[in-house]
Unconditional design. Structure first.
Length: 386
């Protein structure tokens, strides 16, 4: 199998699995208890908190564990909205956010909040001036993702944070696709809150974290016990937390070197496809883009057909976000950057990771042109007018 869907999920690093195993067995204690085995579990949780803090360049007490990126996004947005409801009920986001953000904002609209959905340019970048002009007296939160999960475009997050600071509004960034892949410093970025998810950087599924800047007050998302300083109730997922902590520790040491290697593979793949297949559109910013992500549209064919043929060849890819793979609608991200429906339907996302090789790239370049040609032969759009 050739796996090129690392933006959907990543395989758990063997070192991460080893770090998790004790807490499924002998070290099963509840971190909230007071006896020795419980203290061992508590120590594992706090070590993971410190490791993530190193990855993000913040203090350990600013890290709060969640069940994943979706919960972290929901908590940041709803927590800020409910905490600041007396100040205002206006939120700003972009049209290309992950559905964990978009659907959370839509849920708030149903209970009296107003949301401004900023457009993006053809590369998927938010206009800073338009963002500034959208801020109102009753604006309480701006949530803009760090890097898009489909096209890889990296937003000018630092500039956005500076704008927010001038306006006195909270700023949250969904960094699920960026954390663990590229160096991040929340202090340099100026973010008030930042979401991440373990399974995007070789950690386990079902665990994530929310960075909350010291002094930022948001309402709890889950109520119950006093875990996570009373902000996020529920007995801690100790194996998962140990895993995400180990993944963060590994990423902090290895991600710069991996970036150089994987970018070379991605660029070689992109150049090869452009050379072998006519009439394609590469999506996302040409430079300010995640080094592992290649999103393209092959005109006049359906993305689903491409994926099925690639799967038959043992190649795993995607036509967009894994969270919307059951939808027949074209990607909301591709529509937002101005692609017409008929082109957006032919999207293919190839996202690379640490286990990909030059041989993997060669194999994709060997089979993809034939797949495109075969599907175009039976496409009424390709044959139209011929």
């Amino acid at each position: 199998m050739i796996y090129m869907d690392y933006n959907a999920t990543t395989p758990c690093d063997k070192r991460v699995l080893e770090a998790m195993l004790p807490y499924f067995g002998d070290e099963f204690g509840n971190p909230s208890s007071l006896y020795q085995s419980a203290r061992t579990a508590k120590k594992a949780v706090e070590k993971a908190r410190a490791d993530i803090a190193v990855l993000l360049g913040c203090a350990p007490e600013e890290i709060f564990f969640t069940s994943g990126g979706t919960e972290a996004d929901n908590w940041a947005i709803k927590g800020a909205a409910f905490q600041l409801k007396d100040k205002g009920r206006h939120i700003i986001t972009s049209r290309i956010e992950h559905h964990a953000v978009l659907n959370t904002c839509k849920s708030l609209e149903k209970v009296g909040y107003e949301v401004t959905y900023l457009p993006v340019d053809k590369y998927g970048v938010v206009d800073i001036e338009e963002l500034k002009n959208s801020v109102r007296k009753d604006t309480v939160l701006i949530t803009i993702m760090y890097a898009n999960n489909e096209i890889g475009t990296i937003q000018p997050v630092k500039e956005i944070a500076e704008t927010v600071k001038e306006k006195g509004v909270y700023f949250h960034t969904d960094a699920v696709q960026a954390a663990g892949k590229i160096p991040l410093s929340v202090k340099e970025l100026g973010a008030d809150m930042l979401s991440l998810s373990g399974h995007k950087f070789y950690g386990p599924k079902g665990v994530g974290a929310l960075y909350i800047k010291k002094g930022v007050k948001i309402a709890p998302f889950m109520y119950g016990g006093e875990q996570e300083k009373g902000k996020r109730a529920g007995t801690e997922n100790v194996p998962g937390i140990a895993g995400i902590g180990k993944a963060a520790e590994i990423a902090a040491k290895e991600m710069v070197e991996e970036e150089v290697r994987i970018k070379k593979l991605r660029d070689r793949l992109e150049a090869g496809i452009k050379d072998r297949i006519p009439e394609i559109v590469v999506n996302g910013h040409p430079e300010q883009r995640l080094y592992n992500t290649l999103n393209l549209c092959i005109k006049h064919i359906e993305g689903e057909g491409i994926l099925l043929h690639l799967d038959f060849e043992g190649i795993c890819a995607s036509s967009g976000s894994a969270c919307t793979s059951g939808s027949l609608e074209p990607s909301h991200v591709l529509l937002a950057i101005g692609l017409p429906h008929e082109i957006a339907h032919g999207s293919l996302r190839l996202s690379l990771g640490k286990h990909n090789t030059e041989q993997d790239v060669d194999r994709v370049l060997e089979v993809l042109p034939g797949i495109a040609s075969k599907l175009r032969e039976i496409s009424p759009f390709w044959n139209k007018g011929k």
